[in-house]
Design a protein around this ligand. Sequence first.
Ligand code: GLN
Ligand code: ZN
Length: 774
Amino acid sequence: MQTHNLGYPRIGSHRELKKASEQYWAGKATAQQLMQAGAAIRLQNWQLQQAAGIDLVPCNDFSFYDQVLDTSLMVGAIPARYHDLMQEKQLPHIDLLFAMARGYQKDGYDITAMEMTKWFDTNYHYIVPEFTANQQFTLFSNKVINEFNEAKRAGINAKPVLLGPVSYLLLGKEKESGFHRLELLKKLLPVYTEVLTKLEEAGAYYVQLDEPCLSLNLSTAERQAFVKTYQEIKSKLPQLQIILASYFECYGENLPTALSLPVQVLHLDLVRCPSQLEDILATDIARSRMVLSLGVVDGRNIWKNNFETSLGLIDKAVSQLGSARVWIAPSCSLLHVPCDLDLEKNDNVLTPEIKQWLAFAKQKIDEVVTLKQLATGENKEVANARWKENLDANNKRKTSLLIHNTAVKARTAAITIRDAARNSAYASRKLQQQEALRLPLFPTTTIGSFPQTAEVRSWRAKWKKGELTQEQYDELIAHETEASIRWQEETGIDVLVHGEFERNDMVEYFGEQLSGFVFSQNGWVQSYGSRCVKPPIIYGDVSRPTPMTVRWTSYAQSLTKQPVKGMLTGPVTILQWSFVRNDQPRSETCTQIALAIRDEVVDLEHAGIRVIQIDEPAIREGLPLRKENWDEYLRWAVRAFRVSASGVEDATQIHTHMCYSEFNDIIEHIAAMDADVITIECSRSQMELLDAFAEFRYPNEIGPGVYDIHSPRVPSKREMIELMEKAKAVIPADQLWVNPDCGLKTRGWPETKAALEAMVNAARELRAAVAVNA
Ligand code: GLN
Ligand code: ZN
């Protein structure tokens, strides 16, 4: 039996990589200093894992930006727009890498970055490979070989990790028409075999090839590409031991393909899909020589492993295959969890009671090793003590009064269909809302936040440090809020917002006020490049002890006669951007959050707020990887939104906001959310996104974003009118709102004011045109 790890967090336990890269980008550190910072993190990670007792330690899991981008560099898939940087400028690899990831605007160049998108269903983002019809591949970067040699020199029993060729192609995009990227496989494979040959020559015995696309619904042709690839690799490198890793889901209907591949080790994510072990053991695998790597320690969440459950799976596999053919590992790379629980030193924040239920990357490594010891009987005394401790912690968690709130459980159990529906159908609500709000045609609004200037952020920092008293801080926020209300009134916006100046982050702000949530101090996880997030931890039943937003919203409403829109984050988004408890279904936790938000919605209504927005930007990214699981997810996610929104009178207008594209495949579920108004990102797609709504005859109101808030550029009135004309061509005018794409918190005031003034003028002109035609 061997233990191995699929990947370790590469940001460094104190975010050293973030700091080093940002220093380098700012010109405050040399390339050599950056390289040294990277080498130090790698060495630390390797030594930590080896010392913990991991038999095969991953290398090349490190990256200065992203492992998919590293793969593009390895195989020389460098889009043409960067070629001048290579030839004329002779840019070193590291700068080329950053240019591809972040764009290059200096020395007279203006080259855009490559696209970035979410890595499967995680919050990690990768750089999307770009392919052309006559794409060539050559071995361009030796990073993996260098890192293997580096690990070897450091005395590490290292296993190089590479993104497999089929997933690499599938994760990319064709930048020209007339070909499919899988057709490039025959050109790509020689580069992979060249790399693998070099690794073998350097002394690598095992190589891990990640093929996470085996967790998706694949076509026959795609499955055949896997067979062809791994047969080719086997024929070129008969001695090399390949560990094939997929994760985040079951192999599902791809299982026969996976089992047929000529690889030595097949990795299984038994956290996401424990049942597949039995499926595999029921085949004739026992007669083959394939080793199974059991991913029993959760690489996606921060809970302590349940040794009893894991050992059950391990024993089952060992009894059929023998100990030598069973390996133990985390379910996937540990990239998706924070580094080290031992760094959480503030007992008032992460109390000892909660802390004993958790494991971050370093602790998960120990769990993998202990599980092997328990399964094999090695190091008996220590292992048994750890088992006892594990059993104890898990038992305490099961019965903890901190976690279990009978009132909350009773309330979620008692939800009825009525709780998830407004009093009347939309058509009737629309009339009542018109009566109550008296808004013009093409009403204008914004998505919620106004610029979080350095000043606003400095107030919060000072208040947290105790340099500002609560009263002083509140006064500053009140001032800023009032100024924003006055400016919106003067500008002529119809539905105002308070500006969200008091909020740090749209999930954190609510998590901090809800019971059942806790925050780590150092629980950072890489999101993309140097960017890290610190997701809240939902450990217990969720409830709302006191109102969360009523104070600032009603303060803003007290300043004006115009309606001020209350601003809340929706239950699915709060769930999606947190570490969620694993001792009950996610749907249950989501429903509890929905009830807490519902209470807030009702309180806002009682405080005189007539328009309330419940943001759900993450509802689509929560979609399961496999289509067969979509319906179930959408059923509970949509219901959670409806529960949160349905406690109010018909005349209260509920908005929602989503900032992503591609509604086509879930439009009926978006409609089923039954928000009175939905505002969406649309400007970058030139309103093409609206086609889905038009085709579906979306019945409620829509605010298609008329300008892109991600850029400081100020759009003209004309451009916005043109976009609205396009919208009007497919959606009846009395269903349309005029608003930006998303919140404005990352923008500065000057461009925000100029853009919104132009937007209000655009709406006025649209109204005038309708009046003339009438
Ligand atoms: N109300 C939030 C804001 O304006 C919405 C943010 C989002 O969609 N991500 O900032
Ligand atoms: Zn948005």
